[in-house]
Design a protein around this ligand. Structure first.
Ligand code: PXG
Ligand code: PLP
Length: 439
């Protein structure tokens, strides 16, 4: 980092999220501005964004339409309460979202993040069952390796041990993960093997009793765990079993929503419709915090009971449907639709798949996965130092002008949906150089 910045900026006070704080502050990595596919460091060096920030800047950085809509809205109506009061943009946005959504998911609850969307969805599942006289359905089923944010609900259904081990959890059990490199290694797109892992839900039903189970939640393509596309047929089986046992099926589309897989939502790309869909991130192109929970109308309607003065669902956030976030989201949807970004990953995804799988012979590579404009590369861990090799790759890639994400010894990629074929080639040429230079 630039010496002037280092001398003038005190880094101690910000306790950074999901960061090795002491390691970072000893050797900070800073981004100072961004436009299109590129960040710039404080020194002015360009850095290609290989991860859409954190899987959220789907239309690329610095979109003037979004900035202008936000500025205008701040002066028109900066904030309005959403409890017992409304404002037009919230309704406009909800209607706009339902038009994009899978058939039937036409009731929208606004939140401010993916974590809040997940906790909201879990509560809606409970409220739905209770409203129908099935109040004993209180347990959740998540999946190993799942990531559903950091709320107490989200970590309970999540399947990443470091997010869970410190904290008390809600009642939840887990389906097995679908990462089967021995049989599915280097699969292009959806792997062939593993649909039968969805049948493990029958085992959990036999163990817990269907009448105790409120919801199953899965990411259609697991993101944080290192991009795990669903085995062919897996999501269909899960859908059928949830319907059979009266269990609410939740797709967590916080990463897969808004074009990442080549359709507006992964549910559409896979042709499987859940009962609830959680979203955030790309809904505002990352410009402002916002999330939205899409709910099948029957679930919503079941909860709308009692005298009309009843507050039907005791849940909500100060900033649910924040007017400025709504303005950002509406401008974002305009950009996505005008530029065809919600389906672009289905087109450019072929070039992406060719390019990522061409790294198969690069040093240290043990598996490669892709779907839409998502991809992951597993590296052989160094002896007794899990994560060290990928960390070194991340630091070196940044030096060479490329931002990647790492988890363990997996590199994850999810560039803005505007990426060109030439930029894809450049991204993987850089990554190959990085891998070839790694110890
Ligand atoms: N569900 C899913 C499927 C997610 O991917 C969340 C919920 C939580 O969203 P919020 O907005 O509360 O962070 C997420 C977030 C990574 C990474 O690189 C992934 C996420 C966030 C930050 C980093 O793996 N996913
Ligand atoms: N804590 C306190 C003391 C509050 O008053 C509120 C909201 O009024 C909250 C937490 C929740 O904040 P939010 O609605 O932004 O999630």
């Amino acid at each position: 980092m630039n010496a002037i910045l280092r001398n003038t900026l005190d880094l101690d006070a910000w306790w950074m999220p999901f960061t090795a704080n002491r390691q970072f502050k000893a050797a900070p990595r800073m981004l100072a501005s961004a436009n299109g596919m590129f960040y710039r460091t404080p020194e002015g060096e360009p850095v290609m964004d290989g991860v859409s920030g954190l899987w959220c800047v789907n239309a690329g950085h610095g979109r003037p339409e979004i900035a202008e809509a936000v500025g205008r809205q701040l002066m028109e109506l900066d904030y309005a309460p959403g409890f017992q009061m409304g404002h037009p943009l919230g309704f406009t946005l909800a209607n706009r979202l339902t038009a994009l959504a899978p058939e039937g998911l036409d009731r929208i609850f606004f939140t401010n993040s993916g974590s809040e969307s997940v906790d909201t969805a879990l509560k809606i599942a409970i409220a739905y069952h209770r409203a129908r006289g099935e109040g004993q359905r209180t347990k959740f089923i998540g999946r190993e390796k799942g990531y559903h944010g950091v709320g107490f609900g989200g970590i309970s259904v999540g399947g990443l041990v470091n997010n869970r081990r410190l904290f008390p959890l809600l009642p939840a059990d887990h389906l097995p993960h679908t990462h089967l490199p021995a049989v599915n290694g280097f699969s292009r797109g959806q792997p062939a093997h593993g649909a039968e892992l969805a049948d493990e839900l029958e085992r959990l039903v036999a163990l817990h009793g269907a009448e105790t189970l409120a919801a199953v939640i899965v990411e259609p393509v697991a993101g944080s765990a290192g991009v795990l596309p669903p085995p062919v047929g897996y999501l269909d089986r899960l859908r059928a079993l949830c319907s059979k046992h009266g269990i609410v099926l939740i797709f967590d589309e916080v990463i897969t929503g808004f074009g990442r897989t080549g359709a507006p939502f992964a549910a559409q790309r896979f042709g499987v419709t859940p009962d609830i869909m959680t979203t955030a991130k790309g809904i505002t192109n990352g410009a402002l915090p916002m999330g939205a929970v899409f709910v099948r109308r029957e679930l919503h309607d079941a909860v709308m009971k009692g005298p009309p003065e009843t507050i039907e669902f005791f849940h909500g956030y100060t900033y649910s449907g924040h007017p400025v976030a709504c303005a950002a989201a509406l401008a974002t949807l305009d950009v996505y639709e005008r530029d065809g970004l919600l389906t672009r990953a289905a087109v450019i995804g072929d070039h992406w798949a060719d390019a990522i799988h061409a790294l198969r012979d690069a040093p240290h590579v043990t598996d490669i996965r892709n779907f839409g404009l998502m991809g992951a590369i597993d590296l052989q861990s160094r002896p007794d130092a899990v994560g060290a090799r990928a960390y070194a790759a991340m630091v070196e890639a940044l030096k060479q002008g490329l931002l990647i994400r790492i988890t363990g010894d997996t590199i994850a990629l999810s560039p803005p949906l505007i990426i060109s074929e030439a930029e894809i080639d450049e991204l993987f040429a850089t990554l190959r150089r990085v891998l070839e230079g790694l110890g």
